[in-house]
Design a protein around this ligand. Sequence first.
Ligand code: SAM
Ligand code: SF4
Length: 330
Amino acid sequence: MLPLRDTHGRTATDLRVSLTDRCNLRCNYCMPAEGLDWLPTEQVLTDDEVVRLIGIATERLGVEEVRFTGGEPLVRRGLVDIVARTAALEHRPEISLTTNALGLAHTAAALAEAGLDRVNASLDTIDRDTFATITRRDRLGDVLAGLAAARDVGLGPIKVNAVLLRGVNDDQAADLLGWCVQEGYHLRFIEQMPLDAQHAWHRDEMITAEEIFRILEKEFVLTPHGEPRGSAPAELFDVDGGPATVGVIASVTRPFCGDCDRVRLTADGQIRNCLFARQESDLRTPMRAGASDDELAELWVRAMAPKLPGHGIDDVSFLQPARPMSAIGG
Ligand code: SAM
Ligand code: SF4
């Protein structure tokens, strides 16, 4: 086994696999209304190529968890089959999905059957009008049905990820938490990051973890949840004495880069050693030119070494990566 170690002593065991850069929503903090220039089909890894690389990661490189993401992974036609083939690998990883849950009502059972373990869904509000404003699509009902279906077929614990936007849904954070507690979903608020395609993010406009905490504390008693955070990005709090919890992911104001155990594979076969990396390592070209599994594993190991110690968002020299979150795989 060749571990995916970097020069700062961290080892990546958690692989995020983006299956497409396309999406059926248009969250305004993620992409513009008209969408983006999608990757040409011939550049997107085939199902066989995706499964081959996951096999190399789990069998040779110590990867233990695989999370499928995008863009929207549910729009990838081969998703159920990719999950089934990942679950059948000799070193079966934990398999999860990050999704907007649109259409999940129809596929949750097949995904569970194929071997999916867990779902993380993105939902920023439970107010229909606000949902339509943020995502530019009036599809809240379908998303809520998708979440319920995932819970009903055992794809829990269902985590709900929410981004708060000033003047848009920040006044609805407590409603969202109350609803998640009632439904048995585990809510985590994520600080907005400079990864939008429009480059509209401003440090002084984002809602900080501190502010999120203050907003929630007006309606709930939050106490630190006992267990240490480890490499998990969310700081957890018990809600009104528990057992329900809420997480706050302070990616910008309290970064957790020192504990990072992640590595990313983009839909077009590039390894990114960090969400904010400005360089990628191409596996698609050598793979299509006939590289062996050993050679691809070696290239992957080399891609990890230069991982930077932190994202540097607060540095004056910080530059947003060329690709937006939806094309990297969030
Ligand atoms: N479409 C799927 C979804 O929305 O869950 C998967 C991809 S999406 C890029 C993954 C996560 O990234 C979502 O929870 C979304 O809210 C979050 N996200 C997108 N842009 C973001 C940004 N600029 N800052 C923080 N989170 C962001
Ligand atoms: Fe699509 Fe997810 Fe981006 Fe929203 S956050 S536009 S659902 S990729």
